[in-house]
Design a binder for this molecule. Structure first.
Ligand SMILES: [Zn+2]
Length: 181
């Protein structure tokens, strides 16, 4: 399985507005293959050879399964840690706590599933806590998370991807409104 830009489902496709379903943990071979293809996509999106478009680069900080037309509760986010690119595969997440304080991305949010969509500075909870799993894309081993924190920028990315699993796009949110599910 290999994903490319043309595999990305864009606004207008009903799959982006459907809630996704939990997967089995430990993950099946099929789901592990999906996870690996998603990680590979995000990895390639970070290189020049993938796409010369800045939005694609920014948006692919995270990708969710519904963006590939698969309504499973899986998303991948990436970050640079100690000068190394690391990937986190979040499975069956549930946000269980949200701070009263809000934060927004100074550059605004974009999404590969909304080509040419304008950036929106959405209010997102500054701190969240979530339950679910982190899955190692190498071998499918997993770590169960309970009340796991995400703060600041990480929290924004988490909530953007989480919205995809709930069937929401960032353009469904309104700037200036306080959001919480
Ligand atoms: Zn998105």
């Amino acid at each position: 399985m290999k994903f490319n830009m043309e595999n990305i489902v864009v606004d207008g496709d009903p799959k982006l507005r459907m809630p996704s379903v939990d997967i089995k943990v430990p993950v099946s071979d099929t789901d592990l293959e999906l996870i690996q293809a998603m990680v590979d996509f995000v990895k390639r999106s970070q290189t020049d050879s993938f796409d010369d478009n800045d939005d694609a680069f920014t948006s692919a900080v995270g990708m969710s399964a519904p963006q590939f037309g698969i309504n499973k509760r899986i998303f991948v986010v990436t970050e640079i840690r100690d000068n190394k690119q690391v990937f986190h595969v979040v499975v069956n997440p549930k946000i269980v706590k949200r701070s009263d304080k809000f934060i927004k991305l100074s550059t605004g949010e974009n999404c590969l599933s909304v080509p040419n969509g304008k950036s929106l500075k959405l209010n997102r909870s500054r701190d969240i806590r979530w339950n679910g799993y982190l899955v190692d894309p190498e071998d499918g081993s997993y770590e169960q998370k309970k009340m796991s924190p995400a703060k600041g920028y990480d929290s924004i990315v988490f909530q953007h991807e989480y919205d995809h699993l709930e069937g929401l796009l960032y353009i469904d949110r309104e700037p200036g409104v306080i959001h919480g599910i």
